[in-house]
Ligand binder design. Structure first.
Ligand SMILES: Cc1cc2nc3c(=O)[nH]c(=O)nc-3n(C[C@H](O)[C@H](O)[C@H](O)COP(=O)(O)O)c2cc1C
Length: 200
């Protein structure tokens, strides 16, 4: 597939077939992920694959995260009920979730004054890996969704416990992966190119 096509057809998929995804397929996605640039060449990322043994538990956490999110947005109760119903009916239920973590203890720069900068660069590197992985998924006929609500501290803690990860790990994003069970059109952007560009 042409890169341009992958970029312009990728969209967040939130309904998946419960079809198994092979280990080889997941490995191909991650192989694309780790081709991303990585600040200071650190490669301090870790991809945790939550497969069929735990995917139902992860789905529950994802639902919980979205409820916390929408409560914080103060959405009207009827909208909340609709959302809960949709989630109970299978929204966000994926055969596989990939947690992309960084190890905060893997550092190159000495001194506390660089700690925040280095942390942000590690997060940025992991985000680039996520985008690579998502575009590769498009090529392979898979759908993905970046589930940022999984990074809420109480959800992240449970995801880390499941994978036996210590405090040094920080969750950058949880990515649901599966063959799409919905036809999704690429979503229009609210802002035009001109609105988001400033030429100097
Ligand atoms: C950092 C980040 C966090 C996101 N978190 C969520 C999330 O928790 N739940 C969700 O349904 N979508 C989430 N999304 C997906 C966005 O809602 C989606 O990308 C946006 O609405 C544009 O739609 P598109 O991806 O189909 O183009 C997230 C995207 C990013 C980049």
């Amino acid at each position: 597939m042409e890169l341009d096509k992958a970029i312009h057809t990728r969209c967040s998929v939130r309904w998946y077939k419960q079809e198994k995804i092979s280990k080889e397929t997941i490995n191909e996605l991650i192989a694309a992920g780790i081709r991303a640039p990585t600040a200071s060449g650190l490669e301090n990322w870790l991809f945790v694959i939550y497969g069929e043994r735990v995917n139902e538990s992860v789905w529950s956490l994802v639902k919980k995260g979205h409820i916390i999110y929408y409560e914080a947005r103060n959405i009207p109760p009827e909208k909340m009920e609709l959302l809960k119903r949709r989630m109970d009916n299978g929204m966000y239920r994926a055969p596989v979730y990939i947690g992309v973590f960084i190890n905060r203890n893997v550092r190159k720069l000495r001194g506390n004054e660089f700690a925040e900068h280095e942390f942000i660069m590690a997060v940025e590197s992991a985000a680039m890996a996520i985008q690579n992985l998502m575009l590769k998924a498009v090529e392979m006929g898979l759908g993905t969704c970046y589930i940022g609500v999984a990074c809420f501290k109480e959800i992240e803690r449970e995801l880390k416990n499941m994978a036996d990860l210590g405090d040094e790990y920080y969750l950058v994003g949880l990515i649901s992966v599966g063959y799409p069970a919905e036809d999704v059109e690429p979503r229009k952007r609210k802002k035009t190119l001109n609105e988001v560009c400033k030429w100097v």
